[in-house]
Design a protein around this ligand. Structure first.
Ligand SMILES: [Zn+2]
Ligand SMILES: [Zn+2]
Ligand SMILES: [Zn+2]
Ligand SMILES: [Zn+2]
Length: 250
């Protein structure tokens, strides 16, 4: 970015901060009766415009909303070293997993009650101490249940979340990196399912997804292993599967 456009970007960014909460405004952006912009959260909670004290109106600043959608935003952890820029749709998702800032326990997303929040580098210690039943320290792990399953996998100095789910007659498996999309695409995962007769086997390989994406999106993207549950049941011996999941670097 040259000097002028960088300066413009900086001015624009400061204009996009809500004067009420000092966070970047996301659409819908409301106007006060005198034309000052205010984020919708503040406009609902405040009786007065933080800039001039006038009442908030129901009018939206459509022009500014369009500018907001075209902008790239710095991560809140920029002072700690995260230099990437994100669209307004991606920034919240990114900040939730940014390796320069606090992350929530990834198992929380998979219905494991855990209040832990900390930096990504402490996640291994947390998983070992609190979730040993879900913790794997190897690039290959087995998934022996014909049921929903989850694992925190540590390999390549990164943390991955393995999520296996049976819904509506389909057996889904997905691996997500606790990190941004740009890093996730450097890894692939192979799901190998073997039958007890030693002859039949199914193997599927996909790119690792990012934890920035919710698992519903990963499952419905088609970029995850999806098998009809009748097929998987045929491979099972009394509800046990001979399945391995291997993560490797591209
Ligand atoms: Zn606000
Ligand atoms: Zn005002
Ligand atoms: Zn970041
Ligand atoms: Zn936890």
């Amino acid at each position: 970015m040259d000097g002028l456009s960088h300066a413009l970007h900086q001015t624009l960014l400061s204009d996009l901060l809500c004067p009420g909460c000092m966070e970047y405004m996301v659409p819908p952006i409301q106007l006060c009766k005198n034309g000052h912009s205010i984020c919708s959260k503040c406009s609902q909670n405040a009786y007065f415009c933080p800039t001039c004290g006038a009442e908030p109106s129901n009018t939206r600043n459509v022009h500014l909303e369009n500018i907001v959608r075209g902008q790239k935003y710095p991560c809140a952890n920029r002072p700690s070293g995260c230099l990437d820029l994100f669209s307004i749709e991606q920034i919240a998702e990114h900040q939730a997993v940014c390796s320069y800032g606090p992350v929530e326990c990834p198992l929380k997303k998979l219905n494991v009650e855990c209040p832990w929040k900390g930096v990504k580098s402490d996640l291994e210690e947390h998983a070992k101490a609190v979730h040993p039943e879900y913790f794997v320290r190897s690039s290959t792990h087995t998934s022996p249940w014909l049921d929903d399953d989850r694992q925190l996998v540590l390999c390549f100095g990164e943390v991955f979340l393995y999520n296996q789910r049976i819904r509506d007659g389909t057996f889904h498996c997905v691996v997500q990196l606790i990190g941004p999309r740009s890093q996730a695409s450097k890894y692939k995962c192979e799901f190998q399912l073997r039958a007890a007769n030693g002859i039949e086997q199914i193997s599927k390989t996909f790119t690792v997804r990012s934890y920035e994406e919710d698992s519903e999106t990963s499952f419905s993207s088609g970029k995850c292993s999806r098998l009809h549950d009748v097929v998987v049941t045929n491979f099972a011996v009394e509800h046990w599967l001979d399945m391995t999941v291997t993560i490797s670097k591209e």
